[in-house]
Design a protein around this ligand. Structure first.
Ligand code: ATR
Length: 274
């Protein structure tokens, strides 16, 4: 089986290590190549070797939206998010999926034991990652979702999108304190606190209280400033690494129809980040 990754850049990606370790563990005869594809060369490159010969591939920045126009079909998981991160080739047809939402949900449930129905959620950020996470939580039955974002119009747009599944509302920064005080689950999807800016919090420290489960999508560093503060205050925490592992594992399941060795993939990723 020939698999791969397209994006620009692709050199920093940990997917090849994770995938190759998984293939070895599964006894799967498969390869995983990475190909740097410039934004303006996507159309041309996907029609040529090596990409044209692949049985499936991952898609990363800057092609998650652009690839949608070059596929035979787009699964609902990708359509509701508006971005594709995994392409499955079935009967010579290319079908787009997005595994981020399922990846996040599996990680959250497995690592915290949380029951999503009944949760009141505040999401920090309104970009692509926020959309994936918010959509899956809304579909899974979260009672209420509030979106807090620097650009209010983007929060409003995401809240509108979620409205068909749950009670959703955009929140201005000024209302953030009150929104979070009513929440049970706080999720950071912004890049604030990401390496090398490891001294920044996405919200004032005083807004974090012990009743919250605090989840940060950032996986480098593992202990973000938000996670550190939350732990100091006695909150339960959920790390970003799990989503990265589970979205890759789910992509592998879509390609092979087999269960992916999640713990093997997690170990490889953790070791690559030390
Ligand atoms: P991703 O695909 O990782 O979600 P994105 O689509 O670029 O990335 O979204 C990044 C999110 O983080 C946005 O919600 C962005 O806020 P804006 O909509 O106002 O741009 C938020 N974000 C990034 N850097 C930020 C910063 N320094 N302060 C506040 N919000 C920030």
């Amino acid at each position: 089986m020939r698999l791969g990754l397209i994006g620009d850049p692709v050199g920093h990606s940990r997917s090849p290590q994770m995938m190759r370790a998984a293939f070895a563990h599964m006894g799967l005869d498969a390869s995983y190549e990475t190909v740097a594809v410039l934004k303006e060369e996507l159309f041309q490159d996907v029609g040529q070797e090596p990409i044209s010969g692949w049985d499936g591939f991952n898609v990363t920045i800057p092609h998650k939206v652009g690839i949608m126009g070059l596929l035979d079909d787009v699964d609902e998981s990708a359509r509701t998010i508006g971005a594709v991160n995994t392409v499955v080739v079935r009967d010579r047809k290319r079908i787009g999926y997005n595994t981020d939402g399922v990846g996040y949900l599996r990680s959250l449930k497995q690592e915290t034991g949380i029951n999503v129905p009944g949760q009141s959620v505040v999401i920090l950020g309104a970009g692509g990652a926020a959309r994936a996470v918010a959509t899956i939580l809304a579909k899974e039955g979260a009672t209420r979702i509030q979106i807090l974002n620097r650009t209010y119009s983007k929060a409003e747009e995401l809240a509108n999108h979620l409205g068909r599944w749950t009670t959703a509302k955009a929140c201005s920064l000024g209302d953030g304190k009150e929104a979070i005080s009513q929440a049970t689950l706080l999720i950071n999807t912004t890049s604030i606190g990401m390496h090398p800016h490891v001294d920044q919090l996405p919200i004032p420290e005083e807004w974090i209280s012990p009743h919250l489960l605090v989840s940060d999508l950032i996986y480098n560093p593992k202990e973000t400033p938000l996670i550190q503060k939350a732990r100091q205050k006695g909150c339960e925490v959920h790390y970003g690494l799990g989503m990265l592992v589970h979205q890759a594992a789910y992509a592998l399941e879509l390609w092979t129809g087999q269960k992916a060795p999640v713990e093997v993939m997690r170990r490889v990723l953790e070791e690559s980040l030390i």
